[in-house]
Design a protein around this ligand. Structure first.
Ligand SMILES: Cc1cc2nc3c(=O)[nH]c(=O)nc-3n(C[C@H](O)[C@H](O)[C@H](O)COP(=O)(O)O)c2cc1C
Ligand SMILES: CCCCC(=O)C(=O)O
Length: 379
């Protein structure tokens, strides 16, 4: 019998349950978007604007949800998005998420701002297909170099550079509750930073407002331009994904500058409010990239059909954020596993109902976007 925490039908049920058990500062930090939260809401809403047209009389007695990413087979086209400070949700934090992703056969992206050291998170996910390290670029470039090389030596398979956060967006819940990292937790990857002690003080500080936004403003390099990518390639031999792209032009410039993958994302509605929903931005970006490198997307993915829509609109895979934290808060590793399993089963069933025995059967003609006409007889 599943315990109560694990009894849920869909991942949309989890947020109010997590709210009941998490401290309000932690829940507020996890759940928030920036400013009016218009983009946050639009991420989930956007998926509801697209319709699916099934094809019939196809043998779907076997459905294969696997795809290849960076040459590795993954169980289905989903990755766990990078999310900071997971030990606020559960004492096992990033270790539980990593084990769960590995057990379900999908990649995890580990945040720079983890509350477990990155090598330990990699080790916990050793049974999985692949893991990526998300990079925030600090002003102290030597430290950044050490961090990347430590990630590479620890067995990470790719670097994900987040390019949509020269500063942290204005998250009003964090300001209201004066968000701080709880005293017993540390940003474990930053202990080698020369100013670590001072930073820790800031993260834990009594200054008014969001401790994390203040910390970010002090230490993140907001002067990055496209020449950062060639530099990064001199520091690591790992493939480099750019996370936070929302325009076809930037996707093209990123690929020109040496990106090995593009992640279409508005950071879960936490950065620029009124940025477009990632799903709406995806088709133009996929067209601009033109299959030169993989295109991933995140923001608002909650159902198996959401994955189908994103893939039919040009994504190679998608990432999922907040529901992972809710599963983690409710039941640690088992909770995260149940979230992933629930979405994988929805995906498999919906693929069968779409007449798609494998991922490569998904096609643009099976999705009706808001700007499309419903198909008329054109035979
Ligand atoms: C609590 C939280 C922390 C996050 N931390 C990071 C981070 O450290 N680095 C990063 O690139 N993105 C971070 N993100 C953004 C996610 O990687 C992802 O883009 C977004 O959450 C996807 O949207 P979803 O939550 O609607 O699935 C964070 C998001 C949340 C909700
Ligand atoms: C200082 C941690 C920032 C993590 C992040 O990217 C987010 O909260 O969205």
């Amino acid at each position: 019998m599943p315990s109560n925490e694990l009894a849920f039908q869909n991942v949309g049920e989890l947020r109010p349950r997590a709210e009941k058990i998490l401290p309000k500062q932690a829940f507020g930090y996890y759940v928030s978007g920036s400013e009016s939260e218009s983009t946050l809401r639009d991420n989930e809403e956007s998926f509801k604007r697209y319709r699916l047209v099934p094809r019939l009389m196809v043998d779907v007695s076997k459905v294969d949800t696997t795809v290849k990413l960076l040459g590795k087979e993954i169980a289905f086209p989903l990755l766990v998005a990078p999310m900071a400070m997971q030990r606020m949700a559960h004492p096992d934090g990033e270790l539980a998420t990593s084990r769960a992703a590995a057990a379900e056969g999908i990649p995890m992206v580990q945040s720079t701002m983890g509350t477990v050291e990155l090598a330990e998170v990699r080790e916990a996910g050793a049974a999985g297909p692949l893991m990526m390290f998300q990079l925030y670029v600090f002003k102290e470039r030597d430290f950044v170099k050490q961090l990347i090389q430590h990630a590479e030596r620890s067995g990470y398979d790719a670097i994900v550079v987040t390019v949509d956060a020269p500063f942290l967006g204005k998250r009003e819940a964090d300001e209201r509750y004066g968000f701080k990292l709880p005293e017993h937790l540390r940003l474990e990857n930053l202990t080698g930073l020369a100013e670590a002690a001072r930073m820790e003080r800031k993260v834990h500080s009594e200054e008014k407002g969001s401790g994390i936004a203040l910390h970010f403003a002090d230490h993140i390099d907001s002067s990055l331009t496209w020449d950062f990518l060639p530099w990064l390639h001199t520091v690591t031999s790992l493939p480099i994904f750019l996370k936070g792209v929302l325009s076809p032009e930037d996707a093209h410039m990123g690929v020109q500058a040496g990106a090995d993958g593009i992640i279409v994302s508005n950071h879960g509605g936490r950065q620029l409010d009124f940025a477009p929903a990632a799903l709406d931005a995806l088709p133009g970006i996929a067209a601009a990239v033109g299959k030169r490198v993989p295109v991933l997307m995140d923001g608002g993915v909650r159902r198996g059909t959401d994955i189908i829509k994103a893939l039919a609109m040009g994504a190679d895979a998608v990432l999922i954020g907040r529901p992972i934290l809710w599963g983690l808060a409710l039941a640690g590793e088992e909770g995260v596993r149940k979230v992933l399993e629930t979405i994988r089963k929805e995906l498999r069933l919906s693929m069968a109902l779409m007449g798609c025995p494998s991922i490569r059967h998904l096609h643009r003609s099976m999705v009706i976007a808001p700007w499309d006409q419903y198909p008329n007889a054109r035979l």
